[in-house]
Write a protein that binds this ligand. Structure first.
Ligand SMILES: [Zn+2]
Length: 299
């Protein structure tokens, strides 16, 4: 097995993560990369990445016996792209019971190209496992384009990995920020409001609806901040700022959100510094970015 840091790299290799889409249709791409000792393989099961005892994700060589033990379906393999120039494959595998593989959302990794590689691998690996049949006719739909498409063996329709848009909003009023605490979280953990975009709905309408539903507040002037792929199971988080019409209406929905609270910048700074009982989202999330950018804007 190889640590991430063992990825072959020299001063002349490209930096970053390249999705290398033009390579996907090359004849024999996967077979060639499986025989290439510079290839690295990410093994995924649902939202977990094969990792070592220390909780760090592993990049396998294609012929690693430890990887071979995990494979239960040899067809579930795809080309993720190139990480710092090295080809990366993903395999959907079965995690051995009680193997301490890290869930991607809990990892704190500073190497942004590696994070993008792992997120893409998890998104593809879940789709390999979950979408083996044509949604139109129910026929089997084997992977094509090195894992980036399927073609139905019965009706010949092509299918591609799905992405579900979801909005996440930093709600402000004057110099205060409204956050909510989800029923599934530990006490004192707060974050921005979020939800899926419904069929036929615009992003702006979804922002207004979700904040009204979860926090009882009417917002206006939603402005787009940025996005983040979040394969849980297949979301694209679209981050917004929006201004509440009033502070007084805020109340939790009592089901999804158990508490809502207006925070000052000083309170958020203290929480970010670990100097209060309030727990904020981890640094890999777009919620963290929305919150920290709001704090910085008032400095
Ligand atoms: Zn079909």
């Amino acid at each position: 097995m190889n640590r991430i840091a063992d990825t072959p790299e020299t001063a002349s290799t490209p930096v970053g993560f390249d999705r290398a889409g033009a390579e996907r249709t090359a004849d024999g791409l996967i077979a060639g990369l499986l025989a290439d000792p510079s290839t690295r393989v990410v093994a995924v099961d649902a939202d977990r990445v094969a990792g070592g005892a220390d909780g760090a994700p592993l990049l396998f060589r294609p012929d690693d016996p430890g990887l071979a033990e995990l494979i239960d379906d040899d067809t579930l393999v795809g080309f993720v792209g190139r990480l710092h120039g090295a080809p990366v494959l993903v395999r959907a595998v079965r995690r051995p019971q009680d193997a301490p593989w890290p869930a991607l959302r809990t990892l704190t990794i500073a190497d942004a190209p590696l994070v993008e590689t792992l997120i893409t691998a998890v998104a593809l690996g879940r789709w390999f496992r979950d979408a083996g049949h044509c949604p139109v006719c129910g026929g089997t739909a084997p992977l094509t384009q090195a894992g980036w498409a399927r073609r139905c063996s019965s009706c010949s329709r092509e299918h591609f990995p799905r992405t579900d848009p979801a909005i996440i909003v930093a709600v402000t009023h004057g110099d205060r920020l409204l956050l909510g605490s989800n029923a599934m979280w530990e006490q004192n953990r707060f974050s921005c409001f979020a939800g899926f975009v419904e069929a036929g709905e615009s992003l702006e309408s979804a922002v207004v609806r979700e904040v009204a539903e979860e926090a009882g507040v009417r917002v206006s002037d939603a402005s787009y901040v940025g996005s983040q792929a979040w394969p849980y199971p297949r979301s694209l988080m679209l981050g917004f700022r929006a201004e509440a019409e009033s502070e007084t209406a805020a109340r939790p929905d009592g089901e999804e959100i158990l508490a809502v609270r207006w925070f000052t910048r000083a309170e958020i700074r203290a929480a970010l510094a670990g100097e209060s009982e309030i727990i904020l989202p981890g640094s890999a999330s777009i919620a963290h970015r929305l919150i920290t950018e709001w704090v910085a804007a008032g400095a």
